[in-house]
Design a protein around this ligand. Structure first.
Ligand SMILES: [Zn+2]
Length: 500
């Protein structure tokens, strides 16, 4: 495995930057989180017992008629608008006909020549560790369709069973323009799409459950050539990381063939990404384009949108990731902060709610990204499961800024709030944590520490001035962490430097 992968990466490093260009397009299927399926009233829940959620419509029994779930249209319009697409005010469903054991009707209800949304774009911020920068990727089309069932194969290979629970579950297929040039761009595009459907609430976007599935088309051409190279489809991409690696592997495989004059060995085919061996392998060769004999679905009426309907949805769209990132950027936050906060809808909501209580953006960002993020990671919690509320975080930051408590005490309170909840005011009162800012009181503590450490005082006065930190630490200890650090150091310096 290592040899193969290393060989190709080596070839990639040598060749790609100067001679070749990769062209990548992505087809994404998003499973909609509607309560019921697209054309019947069966519910769908991932992982339920096989064939426990089926009816004559989704089993494709003769004579059963589909009735469209209006939520599917609503979700399609939402996503179409969020992807900056033009909407088709008059579209329709079509039958895409093919035979497969998990497709009992013998056709899939889809949209063919008139998709509900087309010609949009998606803006992405590439993380700094991958070079940074803002990219815009074109969206060719978004259309509605239904999912098929699932085949389950016995391990000994001589028995296959079909589970139709998933048959008829609504999907949106999003087809991108071939605008990506490497694995990172492609995986960042897919991650942004996942964020978008989560922000919109149209899908849970979970790749592991198959709620977000990406098929990637990769081709390579010599730089300067306008004609596309032969494209290869890569499937079985279960995470953004594997997507990025699979694409980079596929690019280097094709570049190697090109550079050896063997580009005729790049054929139109579907390849599977093998996570174990970190490479793509041939799954099936494409024997020309399949003829699906599309025709308009006779059992469903046209999909007509009114301007009022579209406007109502437009007016209810939440703030989308791209808008959020630009807003955070204008607050003066760095791109790393911006991406961390905006990437997760729930973290962004927590951040915004804390700001709404009057806290300073940069300070809130720091607390969330450092101690709060570390706590969530250690305890395997999401921001929705921690006991700390935005109100209390704002109160805590305000208490430190206002000098009521020291930063050190602030951290202690934070961890108590994260784990147990409660209010900042109560904790300060109950534990007597108010910062000591009375110079007389601090002076007493300084005197005590100086009197108890004569040897160190002598060393300090003999020139070992870095001992100041030691004294400051001792005084802080005496104050149980409550002394105002600025005042403490000021008084300490005066005392240490006076000759008496
Ligand atoms: Zn059904």
């Amino acid at each position: 495995m290592a040899y193969n992968a290393l060989y190709f990466i080596f070839a990639l490093l040598l060749k790609i930057p100067k001679d070749y260009e990769a062209v990548i397009g992505i087809e994404t299927h998003v499973q909609l989180s509607t309560l019921t399926k697209a054309f019947c009233s069966c519910p769908y829940s991932y992982g339920s017992f096989p064939n426990s959620s089926i009816c004559p419509v989704c089993m494709g029994l003769p004579g059963a008629l589909p009735v469209l779930n209006s939520k599917v249209i609503e979700f399609a319009v939402k996503l179409g608008l969020a992807l900056n697409c033009n909407l088709a005010f008059n579209s329709k469903f079509d039958r895409k006909q093919y035979f497969y054991p998990d497709l009992p009707k013998g056709y899939q209800i889809s949209q063919f020549d008139v998709p509900i949304a087309a010609a949009g774009f998606l803006d992405v911020d590439i993380p700094l560790e991958f070079g940074g920068g803002h990219k815009r990727f074109g969206i060719t089309r978004v259309h509605m369709e239904e999912d098929a069932g699932k085949l389950m194969h016995a391990e000994n290979g001589n028995l296959s069973q079909v589970d139709l629970n998933r048959a008829g579950v609504p999907l949106l297929e999003i087809v991108s323009e071939p605008d990506m040039r490497n694995g990172i761009e492609a995986s960042e595009y897919a991650a942004e799409l996942q964020r978008l459907v989560r922000y919109l609430g149209v899908s849970n976007g979970n790749m592991q459950e198959g709620s977000l599935r990406c098929d990637v088309n990769v081709s390579v051409r010599p730089i300067g050539q306008s004609k596309f190279g032969t494209k290869v489809e890569v499937k079985n991409l279960n995470s953004f990381a594997s997507m990025s690696r699979a694409i980079d592997f596929e690019i280097s495989r094709q570049v190697l063939l090109h550079s050896q004059g063997q580009e005729d060995q790049i054929v139109q085919e579907t390849r599977l990404w093998e996570e174990g061996s970190q490479r793509t392998i041939t799954m099936r060769k494409k024997e020309g384009l399949a003829d699906y004999r599309y025709f308009p679905e006779p059992d469903l009426p046209s999909v007509i949108l009114s301007q009022e309907y579209v406007d109502a949805i437009q007016n209810c769209l939440p703030e989308l990731p791209e808008e959020k990132r630009r807003r955070y950027e204008k607050m003066g936050l760095g791109m790393q902060d911006v991406l961390f906060l905006a990437n997760d809808k729930n973290i962004a909501e927590f951040f915004d709610a804390t700001l709404a209580k009057g806290a300073d953006a940069k300070l809130v960002a720091n607390w969330i990204m450092s101690d709060i993020a570390a706590f969530m990671k250690n305890e395997k919690l999401t921001i929705n499961n921690i006991k700390l509320t935005p109100e209390e975080l704002s109160e805590l930051i305000g208490s430190i800024k206002g000098g009521i408590i020291s930063g050190k005490i602030g951290k202690e309170i934070l961890f108590e709030l994260l784990a147990k909840g409660g209010s900042v005011k109560e904790l300060i009162e109950k534990k007597d944590l108010v910062q000591i800012a009375d110079p007389v009181e601090i002076e007493k503590m300084v005197d005590k520490v100086i009197a108890e450490n004569p040897k160190q005082v002598e060393q300090y006065r003999g020139g070992k001035t870095k001992l100041q930190g030691f004294f400051a630490g001792q005084v802080m200890k005496v104050s149980k962490g409550k002394a105002n650090p600025g005042l403490l150091n000021k008084i300490l310096l005066v005392k240490l430097n006076s000759k008496s």
